[in-house]
Design a protein around this ligand. Sequence first.
Ligand SMILES: [Zn+2]
Length: 348
Amino acid sequence: MEIINPMEAHDREFYEKHIRDWLPDHIIDAHNHAHLKKFYLGDALYKQNRGALWPLLAAEENSIENIEESFRNLFPDKKVTPLMFGKVSRAYDVQACTDYVIEECKRRDWPYLYVIRPQWSGEEVERRILASGAKGAKVYLNFSPMYIPSNEIRIFDFIPHHQLEVLNAHGWVLMLHIPRAGRLGDPVNIAEMIELNKRYPNVKTIIAHIGRAYCEEDVADAFERLEEAPGLIFEFSANCNQAVMEKMIRSVGSKRIIHGSDSPILRMRMGRTVENGEYVNLVRKGDYKGIELDPHMREIEGSEADNLTYFTYYQIHAFIQAGLKCGLAKADFADVFYNNAAKLLDIK
Ligand SMILES: [Zn+2]
């Protein structure tokens, strides 16, 4: 197994100084993708994907063993239970990823979600989830019909009503990465998130990455309007924006927020800044090949580069800082990093 971005002394210092003492001994990480190299179907299929490009650079392979190694190294004095799912890229054999995840998670008693396709009937979704023992479904905009332009994809294009009826009947989890350039503040997204929560109140809907609001501008008036959707759970993987997190905490409180890392990107040695309402990821020169393809990536050098640590550390640190500013106490952090997800996933 290849060790990705081995730990350096300053990484350990960052963890001990800024993170360790605020986290409970047992953590649930609610957002993890595993995949093996052999499931890759070829470069030609990449262009059929609709999400950001840079996450593809994180790891050529992210096996269950890679994930275990990351948790052991990055959180040496904690127990971490991940909620797992497979890859959601059209360039991978998605079903093989899902089957791999199910098999490995059963062995470890880890919770997992089934990656479903919008083309499936309600019965097919129900049959597959029941047979697999999954806690629910992971859906993704990549699987929307190809004739819909990326910017026009709506939530119900990739999690259609006939499937939501099934999830609702069983009270299953739905991990939802919302689409559209307007992100969390997009009026179409907001209307559909409210509709989803009203029509399917038993679905445990998790809004991944705080609805991709990586900059304050992406929030707009979303949290005020989403007061109409009190069942939504927010997960903050891939998000390092303290101001956005403060808005979230003040609006929804500490009981509807859960932690996720979006492994394999947790292990990227990468910081983030915001410029003109857009996020920019900062990496060491030469660490990631092909980053010129993505305007969200920038190489840096010198001491700033030397001091870069893991993306998941920045993300957790931002949340702790936001929480402290909003008056969260250690018990509230224990809710966000363990209790809320344990309840959602029925982990005893
Ligand atoms: Zn993800």
